[in-house]
Design a protein around this ligand. Structure first.
Ligand code: BGC
Length: 750
């Protein structure tokens, strides 16, 4: 008989001392449910221990006031001491979205792998790859001793092409963002590391992010950003959700009971909700709204969940049950991902760097987007005699985005000394040179470089080459939005001037967002490499030379100009109070800063749906991307299976690779609703096809994308009627095939 229940202990200890040695507490018994174990743990805790678990501090930023950082704290973003007598490990918390960060480079030896931007990951349209990417981050976090990753699930929808953090998010479509986040979360958590879905919710802009109020109707909210989070949370089951800095409908996200209750009440969410760093504003209001952990308390005006929470409980302003539930949720998540049973520790074993970097490169190669390729100038032949490489520090590396997600690459980042050095900077490049990778693929080619700072010099180099590749960059970072869609500095003039040489010109963009390309008609090819991560150099070179056939697609619609976007003017966009060494208060005293955004402007019709509704033609729509081969959709039919409660709808699409190269297409199935609302992506699947090959591919359609939220009924419903179903090369294309599907009214419980 296995004795594992603590309540047996007291009676047995007296009469059966020999058995007492084999008695183990309920929470240690891994054969029991996580619920039972976590509940028993909470019961065994003192009030002080409980209070200790609901505040994190001591990141690299130190403790609140004069508290010194305990030596056990690994640094990075935050730390919560463990409770050794109960086997509860310390929470060692690290950033974030693209890899394990090493803020301020405090431990130079502790560099890591950075994934490419979220636009690239989502642009792969490949949830298996998102899982692998998450798994890689989870491994690197665990190896360094961390057990909470503040990333893995950046599911904020991209609504504005100036947002400084779009490179951390997964695009404009709820279905893609939600599914890719869910897969990534599961990958992280497979390594006994908690992943975080963030930032909850509606961080559509960064300008005045600590105060700005995002106003949105319930229906619009549930059918857009909250749908992305719903999919990420239900499918991914993240251990943590991070509430955002901004307000939503008047209340700060981290004390907004509508937001904080939604996952817990409606999405069966069992994990905990932690704040962003500096996003806690109250004790009772936050605790009662459903906040479970105050993060990075040194960023708050005071520690809200310390003595103040104790006092509020003593006064009955917050119930003891609420504190117990906060703690339960935290230990539940630690147990659920295995962080309790397999505590992380700083390993001194070597890690498989090559394998981890290969994951980053694979993501880049599958998500970089070929935007233009006139006369098949790409792929390049390794027989070319002379290549001129111009700009973007391509001789040294690839650009990365700035802020809390900034990873320090192995070998150290390359810093642009001419630009800001303070957070969210410095402007950094990963040491993965596209030029070196190009030279390696074309060993007999003369490859020369011009920085691009001097336009004459660049033009002279291009004039003597057979092809010019211009690398153009634009830095985006957390904490501010760009004021416009222009490339930085003289880069537009540079590209125009190089194009005038009459040589074939290829532009490789390394940007956090779409940019205006006034020179587009004068160049031959454009590759959007976003921020391609720590193996970006070889990934770009492999695409340019056709070792990899591009298959990435845009997950953000690319406007022709700012006049097309829902919020053409954002007061204060482009200014960085931090960089001007002003605090937000001083800054706002001198500058007009946006104080609220009416998100009902685009509402549920984010991205391509906005363009369809407004009958606008963007430059490139969601889903767009070229290949070195061609595909033809030959047949589509839709099959419904409603025998179970699942409402399973499948689109069977027959596709042929009609070109001469092997390649991959992203099959995108869209639906037009009978009520006339703009089309939605209903399902997607990436498929590999050999040259000349034909396949029939089953694409599962998600009922969530067909349904509408009814605020008055607190329910989802699929309207009865006839649905037009399309398979298209991108969201707004008129190419492709169409079929129709009839549905009766279906109620889907919330
Ligand atoms: C960011 C979060 C990050 C946190 C901790 C904040 O500035 O918004 O995404 O996880 O800092 O570093």
């Amino acid at each position: 008989m296995k004795i594992s229940h603590i309540f047996l202990m007291s009676s047995m200890l007296v009469s059966m001392p020999s058995l007492a040695l084999s008695v183990e507490p309920v929470w240690k018994d891994s054969s029991l449910s996580t619920e039972a174990r976590a509940k028993a743990l909470v019961k065994a805790m003192t009030q002080e221990e409980k209070l200790q678990l609901v505040v994190s501090r001591y990141g690299v930023h130190g403790g609140p006031g004069n508290e010194s950082v305990p030596k056990e704290a690994l640094g990075s973003a935050g730390y919560v001491p463990g409770i050794p007598r109960l086997g509860i490990p310390a929470q060692q918390i690290t950033d974030a979205s693209l890899g394990i960060t090493n803020p301020q480079n405090v431990r130079p030896g502790d560099a890591a792998t950075s994934l490419p931007s979220g636009q690239i990951l989502s642009g792969t349209f490949d949830p298996d790859l998102a899982y692998e990417a998450g798994q890689m981050m989870g491994k690197e976090a665990y190896h360094r001793g961390f057990n909470v990753l503040l990333g893995g699930g950046g599911a904020v929808l991209v609504r504005d092409p100036r947002n400084g953090r779009n490179f951390e998010y997964l695009g404009e479509d709820s279905l893609v963002a939600g599914n890719m986040a869910a897969a990534q979360i599961q990958g992280v958590q497979s390594q006994h590391v908690i992943a975080t879905a963030k930032q909850f919710a509606f961080g559509a802009i960064e300008t005045n992010r600590m105060k700005v109020d995002m106003r949105i109707g319930e229906k619009e909210a549930r059918e857009s950003d909250l749908l992305a989070f719903e999919i990420a949370v239900k499918q991914g089951k993240p251990g943590a959700i991070m509430c955002a800095y901004n307000k939503v409908n008047g209340d700060y996200s981290c004390e907004n009971s509508y937001l904080l209750q939604l996952p817990k009440k409606n999405w069966a969410y069992r994990g905990y909700i932690l704040t962003d760093w500096g996003a806690t504003h109250s004790t009772e209001k936050s605790a009662n709204a459903g906040l479970d952990q105050e993060s990075g308390a040194s960023f708050d005006s005071k520690v809200f969940f310390g003595k103040d929470l104790k006092r509020a409980i003593a006064k009955g302003e917050v119930s003891q049950g609420r504190l117990d539930n906060m703690v339960y949720r935290i230990v539940y998540s630690l147990m659920d991902v295995g962080a309790y049973d397999h505590p992380s520790y700083k390993s001194n074993q070597p890690e498989d760097v090559a394998a981890n970097e290969a994951v980053s490169q694979k993501v880049a190669e599958n998500g970089i987007v070929l935007l233009k390729n006139s006369h098949n100038v790409l792929p390049l032949s390794p027989q070319i005699k002379k290549i001129a490489i111009i700009g973007g520090k391509a001789d040294q590396g690839v650009m990365s985005g700035g802020g809390s997600s900034q990873v320090t690459a192995r070998g150290g980042n390359i810093i642009d000394q001419t630009r800001t050095q303070i957070w969210p900077g410095p402007v950094s490049y990963f040491p993965s040179s596209p030029m070196k990778a190009i030279q390696a693929l074309a060993p007999n080619t003369k490859v020369d470089f011009a920085t691009g700072n001097n336009i004459q010099e660049a033009v002279a180099l291009a004039s003597h080459a057979d092809v010019a590749i211009v690398f153009a960059t634009k830095w985006s970072a957390e904490g501010f939005d760009s004021a416009n869609l222009e490339l930085f500095g003289n880069q537009n003039q540079l590209i125009e001037a190089v194009a005038k040489t009459g040589k074939p010109v290829i532009v490789v963009l390394e940007t956090g967002n779409p940019v205006e390309m006034p020179w587009l008609n004068n160049v031959d090819a454009v590759v959007e490499a976003w921020y391609p991560g720590t193996s970006g150099g070889p990934a770009i070179a492999n695409i340019l030379f056709g070792k990899v056939n591009p298959s990435g697609r845009l997950t953000t619609t690319w406007p022709k100009a700012l006049s097309q976007v829902p919020y053409p003017y954002i007061a204060g966009a482009g200014h960085m109070p931090a960089i001007q060494k002003l605090n937000v208060k001083q800054y706002s005293a001198h500058n007009q800063l946006v104080s609220s955004v009416n998100l009902n402007e685009d509402g549920a019709n984010v991205g391509y749906r906005w363009y369809e509704q407004k009958r606008l033609t963007p430059l490139y729509s969601f889903g767009y991307g070229l290949s070195y081969t061609t595909f033809k959709y030959k047949k589509i039919n839709v099959v419904k299976d409603f025998t179970s409660d699942q409402h399973l709808i499948t689109a069977n699409v027959t596709i042929e690779n009609t070109g001469k190269r092997d390649g991959a297409d992203v099959i995108q199935v869209y639906g037009k609703m009978p009520d006339g609302t703009p089309s939605r992506l209903l399902g997607f699947k990436k498929v590999d096809l050999k040259a000349g090959e034909t396949k029939t591919v089953a694409v599962t359609l998600f009922p969530a994308s067909l349904s509408h939220y009814l605020p008055e009924k607190h329910d989802w419903e699929i309207n009865p009627g006839s649905y037009e179903i399309f398979v298209r090369p991108n969201a707004l294309s008129t190419d492709g095939l169409k079929t129709t599907m009839h549905l009766d009214k279906i109620d889907l419980p919330d």
